[in-house]
Design a protein around this ligand. Structure first.
Ligand SMILES: Cc1ncc(COP(=O)(O)O)c(C=O)c1O
Length: 405
């Protein structure tokens, strides 16, 4: 059999491998996802995919290892910068200057840097709830003030609550942290919503940090549009991007901050100075390969993930009529509202201890997890084989049952 890692492997064989994942091999001591909980637990929590890295990336890494591992082009790798500029242009960030591209050791450091550079202690920073938890850590840990507006459930999808957003702004608000596509609801903000968000940022004179890390995992036919695609907001926006979600390379750690205003990038760099560190040589090689050769692999992977998303939604509709969840438009993370179940109050423990399935608990996605906002919601990572996904859902059904009183 041709191994996934051989250079000549076809993309169809790639997704065939996804259908035959071996939990024993995945449960390697290297993997946080597979080792945090017990041996018999199916892990559907942290946002890694269970799939091997793209052959093009593996080949590039192997080739890179044949050369020395001295300092890479850490002042700004010219090839990677150009590839990032080209990629950004396809998402509406046309004419991005090379000085407006700065590499990061990961996207989360970019979130922290944006909060640090663009606000002062005591300033307000806007977020929309629920959201990926480092958004709130970056505000709370740096003694800024979370000003959160909850998204609203329209009955067909999660939407921005414009009144709540207006209500959350104060004269001390300096920055809006946007998650686009949105983790954990899987929304990709559409053209109308992006237009309103831009008007909102202009009206309140806000900086915007738009975390677009999941942009390449979109299931929609429409091309992904960056928040800063509109020239009106380019001077006030830092866009964060990276390869780790689409190419499953979080262990290599790299990202980039982008802005049409090179001075804004300089401001972020200066504010964090030597604390930021630099990306590794292997991560730079990996991202180059992903951008140059990873397209077909990514298309196959997204198609496979779309199938998993549909399997999940169909299973939920048929077997868990009391769970509310909308098909995600991007990401491999589904946001499930299980509040009507009698075990809503201890859903994570019940699923872990009885179903042996590990999920992310709702309160993690609120500013103060101790307050238990979003208790009864769970985030489920469906980037695994259909067999493992089905097994996890069957286990959940066995414990939660098909009906609630
Ligand atoms: C929206 C978002 N931003 C950032 C990250 C993490 O990025 P990194 O590992 O590059 O710091 C994640 C990881 O799941 C994420 O979902």
């Amino acid at each position: 059999m041709t191994g996934l890692h051989s250079p000549e492997v076809s993309v169809l064989e790639t997704t065939d491998v996804y259908s035959h994942l071996d939990p024993a091999a995945l449960r390697h001591a290297d993997s946080l996802k597979w080792t945090l909980y017990g041996e018999d637990v199916i892990p559907m929590w942290v946002a890694d995919m269970d799939y091997p890295v793209a052959p093009a990336i593996l080949n590039a890494l192997q080739d890179r290892l044949t050369r020395g591992l001295g300092y890479p082009q850490l002042m700004g790798d010219p090839l990677l910068t150009r590839l990032i500029q080209e990629k950004a242009a396809t998402q509406g960030l046309t004419d991005l200057p090379a000085e407006g591209v700065a590499l990061l050791p990961g996207v989360v450091p970019g979130i922290f840097a944006a909060v640090h550079a663009l606000t002062a202690p005591g300033d307000g920073v806007l977020t929309m709830l629920p959201v990926y938890h480092p958004f709130h850590l970056s505000i709370n840990d740096q003694r800024r003030v979370v000003q959160a507006a909850a998204l609203k459930d329209s009955g067909t999808r999660w939407e921005i609550d414009w009144e709540a957003l207006e209500g959350a702004v104060t004269p001390s608000t300096r920055l809006m942290l946007l998650c686009h596509p949105h983790n954990p609801t899987g929304r990709v903000w559409n053209a109308e919503e992006l237009g309103k968000l831009r008007d909102f940022a202009l009206k309140h004179n806000l900086y915007v940090c738009s975390d677009e890390l999941h942009a390449d995992l979109s299931f929609a036919d429409a091309l992904f549009e960056s928040f800063a695609a509109d020239p009106r907001v380019r001077g006030r926006t830092v866009t964060l991007t990276g390869p780790c979600k689409a190419f499953n390379t979080a262990g290599l750690g790299i990202g980039a901050m982008l802005s049409h205003d090179a001075a804004l990038i300089k401001r972020l760099k200066t504010a964090v100075g030597g604390l930021m560190g630099h990306p590794s040589a292997l991560s730079i090689t990996m991202w180059q390969a992903a951008l140059q050769e990873g397209g077909p692999w990514l298309a196959e992977t997204v198609a496979y993930l779309r199938g998993n998303r549909d399997l999940l939604q169909a299973f939920l509709a048929e077997r868990f009529p009391y769970i509310k969840s909308y098909a995600v438009e991007s990401t491999y993370l589904a946001w499930l509202d299980v509040r009507s179940h009698p075990h809503a109050g201890d859903i994570q423990q019940v699923l872990l201890e009885q179903a042996r399935v590990a999920i992310h608990n709702g309160p993690v996605f609120a500013p103060d997890p101790q307050k238990a906002d979003y208790q009864g919601f769970i985030r489920v990572n469906f980037a695994t084989s259909r067999a493992l996904l089905t097994e996890a859902l069957e286990r959940m059904a066995g414990v939660l049952g098909g009906d609630v009183e």
